[in-house]
Design a protein around this ligand. Structure first.
Ligand code: 5RP
Length: 229
């Protein structure tokens, strides 16, 4: 499938940025690894230099499985004080590095690993770059008991929230919680929005990454990888 106005396939663009991210990996250190199809390309590329790194801290069971299958040691977040770099994808990113994440339901662990990293490098194909966040349904991880109340709170903001389903039942995250996806929002002040929604009772994590924004974005385009800082 091609991205809008793109000659290269979305998959090819993901491969490009996954490879390009290797130059941000610090030899001899542990790297923070996100989740998703773009990150899978990065993990595959990382395997080619696995002898030069100590290992990875992973943001999901899925990434952990892939890392281990490729022979890359995985450390618990708590075993490592600080990471020099965290590499992850995004569902949307704006020119300030503010993002919407959580399409793969891994947003909480992603935010935790991002918070313990000095630098967040976002890898994304060009279709993810937006002017204003909010077109992609915003993922929010919630404690099931709070779901109805959280859905009402989004409705009061003009959004429509729906519980994410999998095989006919609510999807259960790696943390044992549920996800609601919210449409109809235009997130013009991501920092304020993230702070507000995060303090609603029962919200585990909102998928706006503004306080943990990207410091660098490697954007895959037909002209090659563009570096946005
Ligand atoms: C997972 C994420 C992913 O980074 C995001 O959904 C992008 O995924 P992909 O690279 O498959 O497009 O936040 O929770």
């Amino acid at each position: 499938m091609s991205t809008t106005n793109s000659v290269l396939s979305q998959d090819a663009l993901k491969t490009l940025v996954g490879l390009a991210a290797l130059k941000y990996v610090v030899p001899g250190e542990i790297v923070g690894v996100g989740t998703g199809s773009t990150v899978n390309k990065f993990i595959d590329a990382l395997a080619t230099m696995k002898d030069q790194i100590k290992g990875a801290v992973s943001s999901s069971e899925a990434s952990t499985e892939r890392l281990k299958a490729l022979g890359i040691p995985v450390f618990d977040a708590g075993e490592v004080a600080e990471l020099s770099v965290y590499i992850d994808g995004a569902d949307e990113i704006d020119s300030h590095g503010f993002m919407v994440k959580g399409g793969g339901a891994a947003l909480t662990r992603e935010k935790i690993v991002a918070a313990q990293s000095r630098r967040f490098v976002c890898i994304a194909d060009a279709s993810k770059l937006v002017q204003t966040l909010g077109k992609f349904p915003l993922p929010v991880e919630v404690i099931p008991m709070a779901t109805t109340r959280v859905i009402r709170q989004f409705a009061a903001m003009g959004g429509t929230a729906q519980v994410r389903m999998k095989n006919g039942a609510p999807l259960v995250t790696d943390n044992g919680q549920h996800i609601v996806d919210v449409t109809g929002l235009s997130i013009v002040d991501p920092l304020a929005f993230e702070s507000e929604v995060n303090q609603w009772p029962g919200v585990v994590t909102v998928g706006v990454f503004a306080h943990q924004k990207a410091n660098v974005c490697l954007l895959g385009t037909d002209e090659g990888v563009k570096t946005l800082t």
